[in-house]
Design a protein around this ligand. Structure first.
Ligand code: DC
Length: 219
């Protein structure tokens, strides 16, 4: 039977992950953070010191890549060749490398099946950049979540451990990622034509999720 897929796209720091987690809990389905896959690629590029801008090196690397999501209770852990890398992919360096390497069409193609295979077996909320436009063009409901740059930077800043804090740097990194994610040729960040856009700048997580639930109920 066809599974019910909800997509949430949007720029870094708009609250997609927190919203997706709560929304999936209320809907009783799983949530899939597709950014983790791109971070997994970046993690392995960094670990194996791959010259990813060289197409031959990139294709060899992707041919040997073995990334997978494994279900754990209601969420997923990210495995790379049998190793749990879930907690190693959240550094600012990996964020930047995930953004730049995800512009490569070969990288995007390599991750497509993993995402679509999950959707074959489970109702899910998928969050990312191209969920509604490319990966799941037939999703039941598509959202595009955004917020003002300074608000997104402040949220990311507040989540960071003390000592690594510099709000100007956080804001600059988000701006750079917004630019590369939305200007790339392959699956750029943009709302799908039929996406419902939500400005989360002045809404709480609960307000965003309530809004989404009302829309999903009517769909
Ligand atoms: O959602 P995130 O911040 O963890 O994503 C990290 C990077 O991965 C993001 O800057 C761009 C890329 N990404 C993508 O290109 N497509 C997706 N569906 C998800 C993430």
């Amino acid at each position: 039977m066809r599974k019910k897929i909800i997509t949430i796209d949007g720029p870094a720091g708009a609250g997609k992950t927190t919203v997706s987690k709560l929304l999936s809990k209320k809907l009783g389905c799983v949530y899939v953070d597709t950014g983790a896959l791109y971070r997994g690629v970046a993690f392995e590029i960094q670990r194996q010191d791959i010259d990813w801008e060289n197409d031959t090196a990139l294709e060899d690397f992707l041919g040997n890549l073995n990334l997978d999501f494994v279900t754990k209770k209601n969420s997923f852990i990210l495995m790379s060749s049998g190793r749990n890398i879930t907690n190693s992919i959240r550094t600012p360096e990996i964020s930047m490398l995930a953004s730049s390497s995800s512009a490569k069409p070969q990288v995007r193609a390599a991750l497509l099946d993993i995402q679509r295979n999950i959707a074959k077996t489970k109702d899910a909320v998928f969050e990312g950049r191209d969920m509604g436009t490319v990966v799941f063009p037939d999703a039941a409901v598509k959202f595009f979540l955004f917020a003002d740059l300074n608000i997104r930077a402040k949220r990311r800043f507040d989540e960071m451990p003390d000592g690594t804090k510099d709000i100007n740097r956080v804001q600059k990194e988000i701006e750079t990622r917004d630019h590369s994610d939305s200007q790339r040729k392959s699956a750029p960040l943009k709302p799908a034509k039929d996406a419902i856009e939500i400005n989360a700048s002045f809404l709480t997580i609960e307000q965003v999720v309530d809004k989404m639930l009302r829309i999903i109920e009517k769909a």
